[in-house]
Design a protein. Structure first.
Length: 254
């Protein structure tokens, strides 16, 4: 009887050892899968839409899973804010111009965005200062100015919905210099999502399926028929400006 007990104990020890070994193998395999799944997707080339950006003002390159956009902030279109004597100076007598002009103001800006936006992430409110870079090379701002509503500074906006003050030259409204009631690319926002004009290239009409941020998923002129998540300038007049907000937020690609 004593011998039988010893055999059973040995058998149970072996069984438990095998079970623990199997559990360790499964755990290691699971960890390996998790580690692979958590690896960031690294883009190997820039999105085709970046070809529309003003190459005289912007330097755009990949840095691992990010895109870095360095810009002089100097747009390639006319405005009163270039100052008299500049070849791109545009006389705008109705603009209550801020004291700064382009040639005496540091407009250089650098932003880093995800090459592949996190579309399962959180919505994030926009803040003051640069919220994106336009194809012209200048900054995009939201619907606030100096911590208050844009209305208080609307008189200083030039013909394309931009001004200097404070800081860099930037657009608040639809930048008519390069998108005026159409489907053209406006720029890219800090969450890595592209912003387009008021119309959708896939239909040629104003999109009717936009959410509160102006986003939806369709093909664009830069996706070769594939659908892609992107923003549009929302086709609703802003206050008394007679124009349309470039982007108020919140971001959806964080």
């Amino acid at each position: 009887m004593k011998k039988e007990v010893r055999v059973n104990k040995n058998f149970m020890t072996i069984v438990m050892g095998v079970a623990l070994l199997l559990m360790a193998i499964v755990a290691c395999s699971s960890d390996s899968v998790d580690e692979v799944g958590l690896e960031e997707e690294v883009a190997t080339e820039l999105h085709a839409a970046f070809s529309a950006f003003n190459s005289d003002a912007t330097t755009i390159y990949l840095d691992g899973s990010n895109v870095v956009i360095e810009t002089t902030g100097l747009p390639d279109h006319e405005t009163v804010y270039w100052g008299e004597g500049n070849s791109l100076y545009k006389e705008e007598p109705d603009v209550d111009r801020t004291p700064s002009i382009m040639s005496s103001n540091n407009n250089a800006t650098t932003i880093t965005v995800d090459a592949t936006p996190n579309l399962t992430g959180n919505t994030v409110a926009t803040q003051l200062n640069t919220i994106g870079i336009a194809v012209s090379g200048a900054s995009i701002f939201n619907d606030q100015e100096g911590g208050g509503p844009l209305n208080q500074a609307a008189a200083s906006l030039d013909w394309t919905g931009a001004h200097i003050g404070p800081g860099v030259y930037h657009y608040h409204l639809e930048p008519k210099a390069f998108t005026d009631d159409d489907e053209k690319l406006v720029g890219i926002l800090l969450d890595g999502v592209f912003l387009y004009g008021r119309k959708c290239t896939s239909t040629g009409a104003y999109p009717t399926d936009l959410d509160a941020s102006g986003r939806h998923t369709t093909a664009t002129q830069y996706t070769d028929g594939e659908e892609e998540y992107h923003y549009h300038i929302i086709n609703e007049l802003y206050s008394t400006t007679g124009s349309y907000l470039a982007f108020a937020g919140p971001y959806q690609g964080y």
